[in-house]
Ligand binder design. Structure first.
Ligand code: NAD
Length: 485
């Protein structure tokens, strides 16, 4: 009996949404605390329900993962890579279902859901599959043999902004390394976890290697952080939650990998191609409604060029149609949930109150969108780099244009927040590269450099620790033993 949801006047079949139970040891298990609602932020309608977990459900999932560990960790990397390859193919085969599910639960435009949530995870899986043969699983240093071994039971806790991409970026390296997993998806966007579990079964992953427990951070997340039989937590989410997880996990000395918030700066140098720099900068501020950890919500411009930049930015922003995320023409949907809309709207009001110059959008709803979690994409100019909108992570479509006097000041402003996740530099290539090296951030793009699935990604400062992707990301999920001979 399929749950059907009424979205924008037409019925959508949502088969995976019927499955409310956790996925533990190859079985569907009811939540000990009943169910949690999943709400469509574009309409306010109930999309589906998932299990609501408790510490007892976490215990059960950890026991299943522990039981599956000896045999899974004894398989070869080549075997595990073959299973992962089938997982990637299985996800690709369900592209439309995954895209419409994610769009219904968190409001990303459906075109973006297809690329960022399916094509991107599939590319991540391929990149890890490709590493199985070349990664130094063992190596020698003098008289020592170094052996890389799985850590054991790894828990993954993820946010709602790219729900499938976030878990796949953890699942692929964790399982390739030979670990087993307990996964707690975001309660805001939990529905593709079930599709992923089904795909792993079809790919031949043994029961218990991958388990899903639904629930809130306050209950299930806390139980995971405190669990004595979980060896590692790989977390992506806010700096606030990451801090708490690290503190609780310290009691059992777990390994904790944290991918946290960001406040990326895009430095536009005097010798930059301005139209290119501004158009890419606006995209990096507005894509997924700005709900991207690696976004560039700050655009740093030579003071003498600010007027030119504002004109280009306003023109580019006008192309970001806001509206129904199931419409192929939409480029910005609603914020992922109503409380988040209120937070973003509050920052837009704060920017006005703090005296920044509003040049696009502003407080209030976009025209014609009287319900749903919508805000207006907004651009402020002449922003004080010490003001709240330039310092705090808004996680919405709000671009702050900050003028600078000289390059040293630009670098100081870029590095002048608690975060250090991403950044961009536009200018003559050698010049831009020299400035990129001065940024205290884990990933910097020069002149809009292309995404590379093998390049490490992660934060300096309060943007986290550890790295995801490629061989550095794989190494996060491995212990290293040295045997002296
Ligand atoms: P969030 O921190 O509120 O929640 C993330 C996950 O943590 C959810 O599954 C939540 O249930 C869980 N959680 C919350 N409190 C917890 C606790 N006390 N113990 C254990 N788990 C807990 O973040 P969100 O609102 O879902 O996502 C937005 C945030 O995620 C932003 O700050 C963004 O920058 C960050 N993010 C970072 C990256 C990255 O790679 N660095 C990527 C995407 C998002």
């Amino acid at each position: 009996d399929g749950v059907r949801c009424r979205c924008h006047g037409r019925f959508m079949t949502t088969s995976p949404l019927t499955a409310a139970g956790h996925w533990i040891g190859g079985e569907t298990v009811a939540g000990s605390a009943g169910t949690l609602p999943v709400v469509n932020p574009a309409t306010g309608d109930l999309v589906a329900e998932t299990a609501a977990g408790t510490a007892a459900d976490v215990d059960r999932a950890v026991a299943a993962a522990r039981a599956a560990f000896p045999s899974w960790s004894a398989t070869t990397p080549a075997h595990r890579a073959a299973v992962l390859r089938r997982v990637g193919a299985g996800l690709a085969a369900r592209t439309e279902e995954i895209a419409s599910t994610i769009t219904a639960e968190m409001g990303a435009p459906v075109g973006l859901s297809r690329t960022a949530q399916v094509a991107f995870p599939a590319a991540v899986i391929d990149s890890f599959v490709g590493l199985a043969d070349t990664f130094p699983w063992t190596e020698e240093i003098g008289n020592s043999l170094l052996v890389r071994e799985p850590i054991g039971v790894v828990a993954a806790i993820t946010p709602w902004n790219f729900p499938l991409q976030q878990i796949v970026s953890k699942l692929a390296p964790a399982l390739l390394a030979g670990n087993t997993m307990v996964f707690k998806p975001s309660e805001v966007a939990p529905l593709t976890a079930r599709i992923l579990a089904e795909v792993t079964v079809e790919a031949g992953l043994p029961a218990g290697v991958f388990n899903v427990v639904y629930g809130t951070g306050a209950v299930v997340g806390e139980a995971i952080s405190a669990h004595p039989d979980i060896d590692m937590i790989s977390f992506t989410g806010s700096t606030r939650a990451g801090r708490r997880i690290a503190a609780v996990a310290a009691e059992t000395v777990k390994r904790v990998a944290l991918e946290l918030g960001g406040k990326g700066a895009n430095i536009i140098l005097d010798d930059a191609d301005l139209p290119q720099a501004v158009s890419k900068g606006v995209a990096m501020a507005f894509t997924n409604g700005g709900q991207v950890c690696g976004a560039w919500p700050r655009m740093l411009v030579p003071a003498a060029r600010q007027d030119e930049v504002v004109a280009l930015a306003v023109e580019a922003a006008g192309q970001y149609t806001v509206g129904d995320p199931t419409d192929e023409a939409t480029r910005i949907g609603p914020m992922a949930h109503e409380a988040h809309r209120e937070k973003v709207a509050g920052y837009i009001e704060r920017g006005v109150a703090d005296g920044a110059r509003l040049v696009f959008g502003g407080p209030g709803r976009p025209a014609g969108l009287e319900k749903g979690a919508y805000v207006q994409p907004t651009i402020f100019a002449d922003v004080d780099p010490r003001s709240a909108i330039a310092q705090e992570e808004i996680f919405g479509p709000v671009l702050t244009i900050i003028p600078y006097a000289d390059e040293d000041e630009a670098v100081a402003i870029a590095n002048g927040t608690a975060y250090g996740l991403t950044g961009g530099v536009f200018g003559e290539p050698e010049h831009a590269l020299a400035v990129a090296r001065r940024l205290r951030a884990g990933q910097v793009d020069v002149n809009g450099g292309q995404w590379n699935a093998l390049a490490p990604f992660g934060g300096y400062k309060q943007s986290g620790n550890g790295r995801e992707f490629g061989r550095f990301g794989l190494a996060e999920f491995l212990e290293i033993k040295s045997i002296q001979r």
